[in-house]
Design a binder for this molecule. Sequence first.
Ligand SMILES: O=C(O)CCC(=O)C(=O)O
Ligand SMILES: [Fe+2]
Length: 311
Amino acid sequence: MNLPWVESPFFLDLLAQKNITPEQRDQAIHYHQEGYLLLKQIVDHRLIDRTLAEIQHEYPVNVDEEPVRHQDLWKKYKTVTEVASQPQILDVLRMLYGREPIPFQTLNFKFGTQQRAHSDTIHFSSVPARFMCGVWVAQEDTHADNGPLFYYPRSHRQEEFNYFDLGLEAKENYAEYPEYEDFMEEFMEAKGYQRQEIHMKKGDVLIWSSNLVHGGTPIRGGNVTRWSQVTHYYFEGCMYYSPRFSDMFSNNLNLRHVINIATGQVVQHSENGKPIETINTGKFRYAVSHNFSLGVLLKEVVKKVVGKKPF
Ligand SMILES: O=C(O)CCC(=O)C(=O)O
Ligand SMILES: [Fe+2]
């Protein structure tokens, strides 16, 4: 099936055919069932200390001041790139997904995000589906007071909800986003998923499957830091798109401009292994070029016949 093998309904058959160690087998089973994997003491504390020394001046002193997060600091700091390209992490991802991992976005936080429940697939997805995951690196210990992560184990098995499913439309400044979050919270409760809070040690790593519902708990301890880096990964051989700005039904995927952080190379979109042409439609957004040209052509034809633009 056109899915990562760990997410496949034929997982057990595929597992039996794999040439992997007993430890890898346990990791794959856990990830398949629960949708996440905790790797303890994976990132060297010296690398973490070097990273924080480099980036700390980018952040305010106090918890309630902006900026709360920095996206893609890897473009500026080698240490952030290094965290995103850790060979031990890439090895586990390669095993879990059976394809080459592509780190494509970093987020660095000084304080907890206090983000409500969501699945990352609303922001980034792939065709074929589910070739994406989040990797969260604890750059200091997390505890009940500094806004640790939470997730709903097994929620990754649910369908990937997009805005069309919920009757929402993308607006300026994410104005529609709280409605999406309301839905996710209610949905988790209605389906009986149990929210779990995780306390991690500096150097621990949490991998979550593209569709695992997760977020950050409220900060209870005042001005307490929670240094952390999230890197999102795609896997080679897919189309990479933003569901928030896409319309699957009219074949209008909003493709992303993907750069592999580990190599600095632009990543080619492909459909079932075949490279596909894309067209830049502005604001770093790309469309599949044959669909896009056809859409433009159709618009022009309808305009000529009825005298005005159809959409
Ligand atoms: O760090 C957190 O609290 C949540 C981050 C998150 O949800 C993400 O980066 O996808
Ligand atoms: Fe997230």
